[in-house]
Write a protein that binds this ligand. Structure first.
Ligand code: MG
Length: 330
């Protein structure tokens, strides 16, 4: 089936700057893709590279879109950079999406602010029903943060758990001290304790401590996932579907290896998030809390997905209207 292809580049300020290892991130840039099939069906995709993850630039995506022209077969595989291919595949899949998915619900992890503010922030989120919390560490003084971990742990009821995300901030000595104390705290995993590129250190930490280690920045694109799988990585894979060219293939390999997978937002708009969440709902492995408790995220709410709640249902995902974001991106 032949489709008409169109794209729109966007530049969207976040409601508040996002803290990253490379400094504050104020504006999300990416490209929305639209396919219109002969039968009138419309498919949507979003190419949303994360600066610093090293996939491609938005200029490269725009160039790939321009060279595609205005017509495209609905099942053709197109070469190009990672996020661009992801977006195109998502739009093609969208054309075949079935409406009758089970109305299952998946838990969502609540984001806590870094530092002391986490203590006050956790209370209303617990009351709302969240049981998994993500807390950024490696931001302030280590001693203060370790004391805060105890205070935070004391507030959690039975069964609630923390995900600590260090964003690669630690060296070996710091990572080891943290993992020692995490062993008897309610910590589900420690995410990216050492920077991308420190594979031996990450493998050593995973072998030496009981708290699982999760890879995030170490996974940028399909090649990284394949490499860590081949090396028998025993920890968690934080999968940002937006940063994978062939999501279905990568997830099939992760599933075959019975890997622990946490689906996570790349701070894309609702268009890309809808496609990413479709993968999360199709995942057959044990469900883990989704890393999609990010909305409201943008200064212009028309680009947001559903506001963070303790559970997300497939109906909530299907209710996301990519056309509204497309029109707003005009
Ligand atoms: Mg992370």
């Amino acid at each position: 089936m032949t489709c008409r292809f169109a794209y729109r580049r966007y530049r969207l300020p976040f409601k508040a700057p996002v803290r990253t290892a490379h400094g504050p991130w104020t504006t999300r840039e990416g490209v929305l893709l639209r396919l219109e099939a002969e039968d009138g069906k419309i498919g949507w995709g979003e190419a949303a590279p994360v600066p610093g993850f090293g996939t491609e630039t938005v200029d490269e995506i725009e160039a790939a879109c321009r060279s595609l022209g205005e017509r495209l077969e609905s099942d053709s595989k197109i070469a190009g950079p990672t996020c661009f291919r992801n977006a195109l595949a998502a739009a093609q899949e969208y054309l075949h999406e079935e409406s009758g998915k089970p109305s299952e619900a998946l838990p969502v992890a609540a984001l806590l602010p870094a530092g002391h503010a986490a203590l006050a922030a956790v209370v209303p989120r617990l009351e709302a029903g969240f049981r998994t919390f993500k807390w950024k560490v490696g931001v302030g003084d280590q001693g203060d943060e370790m004391a805060l971990l105890d205070d935070l742990s004391a507030k959690l009821p039975e069964g609630a758990r923390l995900r600590l995300d260090a964003n690669g901030a630690w060296d070996r000595r710091r990572a080891e001290r943290w993992l020692e104390i995490c062993a008897d705290r309610p910590v589900e995993f420690v995410e990216q304790p050492a920077p991308r590129g420190n594979d031996d250190l990450l493998r050593g930490l995973a072998a030496d401590f009981p708290t699982p280690i999760a890879l995030d920045e170490s996974l940028a694109g399909d090649g990284d996932i394949a490499r860590w799988l081949d090396s028998g990585w025993p920890g968690v894979f934080v999968v940002k579907p937006a940063l994978i060219a062939e999501v279905a293939g990568a997830l099939a390999r992760l599933s075959a290896a019975r890997s622990a997978v946490v689906f996570s937002s790349a701070l894309e708009t609702a268009v890309g998030a809808r496609a990413a969440l479709r993968s999360a709902f199709a995942w057959a492995g044990p469900p883990r809390a989704l890393g999609f408790g990010v909305w409201p995220l943008f200064a212009d709410a028309r680009f947001d997905g559903p506001s963070a709640a303790p559970f997300l249902r497939w109906e909530d995902v299907r209710r996301i209207d990519p056309e509204a974001a497309w029109n707003a991106a005009n």
